[in-house]
Write a protein that binds this ligand. Structure first.
Ligand SMILES: [Zn+2]
Length: 230
């Protein structure tokens, strides 16, 4: 296994993130629409009192992202994915709206104390920064700086949280390509992903009406035909 220096990982990430937009990536024998994938990973909530944005970065995000960048070699990609495999990263922007419309953003510490992920009947809290490897800490710092740079003030209020992605036996807790669900809780507010993600599933075709449908659908929404994966 190649040991990557923290700054190498930081550099590769920064470059690959900049390249990730509106392209297609061939993934597991079918094509992932990266714009659709990006959109599926983000969830927002807003009412008159609160505005929240949650983005999930599963391992597939990094894989699609990195494999889409021709300047990174397959062995470098494998090394990075190995570093990231045990973790799920969640980015959060959360603000309470005051009586006069001003937004009071939640601090990293406030969110760290309340944010949880939920899958297969178990809630999990984020790791503390001290619990992470230096490589992971570099990544979090790089991503934080990147968001602050491209999104401006909102980016400064976007905080990253690192959660476990595997159990004690190394088995993935959530696989976004397989049926199930995954949630992020901010206080009582639930941000829920029904899985598999449509963008990570090959499209299905209805045998009755011929319609091309999301790979996450089980039945045709027009005529209720049961859909079979090709
Ligand atoms: Zn149909």
């Amino acid at each position: 296994m190649t040991k990557l220096h923290g700054s190498t990982i930081m550099g590769i990430f920064l470059i690959s993130i900049l390249f990730l937009s509106g392209s297609l990536h061939c993934f597991a024998n079918f094509t992932v629409d990266i714009a659709e994938f990006e959109a599926e990973l983000s969830k927002r909530f807003s009412d008159s009192n609160r505005v929240s944005l949650v983005k999930w970065f599963p391992l597939e995000y990094w894989e699609v992202n990195l494999r889409n960048n021709p300047s990174i070699t397959p062995s470098q990609i494998d090394s990075i994915l190995q570093v990231l495999n045990p973790y799920t990263i969640i980015a959060v922007l959360d603000g309470k709206i005051g009586p006069f419309g001003g937004i009071n953003f939640s601090t990293k510490e406030e969110l760290q104390a309340t944010i949880k992920i939920y899958s297969s009947g178990t809630y999990r809290s984020p790791y503390l920064l001290e619990e992470l490897s230096p490589d992971l800490r570099s990544l979090v710092a790089t991503l934080g700086a990147y968001f602050a740079d491209v999104i401006g003030t909102a980016g400064e209020n976007l905080h990253l949280f690192i959660f476990p992605a595997v159990d004690t036996t190394g088995t993935r807790l959530v696989n976004p390509s397989k049926p199930g669900s995954f949630s992020v809780f901010l206080d009582e507010e639930e941000f829920r992903w029904r899985l598999p993600l449509g963008s990570l599933s090959p499209a299905k075709y209805c045998s009755t009406c011929g319609e091309k449908l999301s790979g996450s659908y089980l039945y045709c929404p027009y005529d209720s035909t049961k859909l079979i994966q090709d």
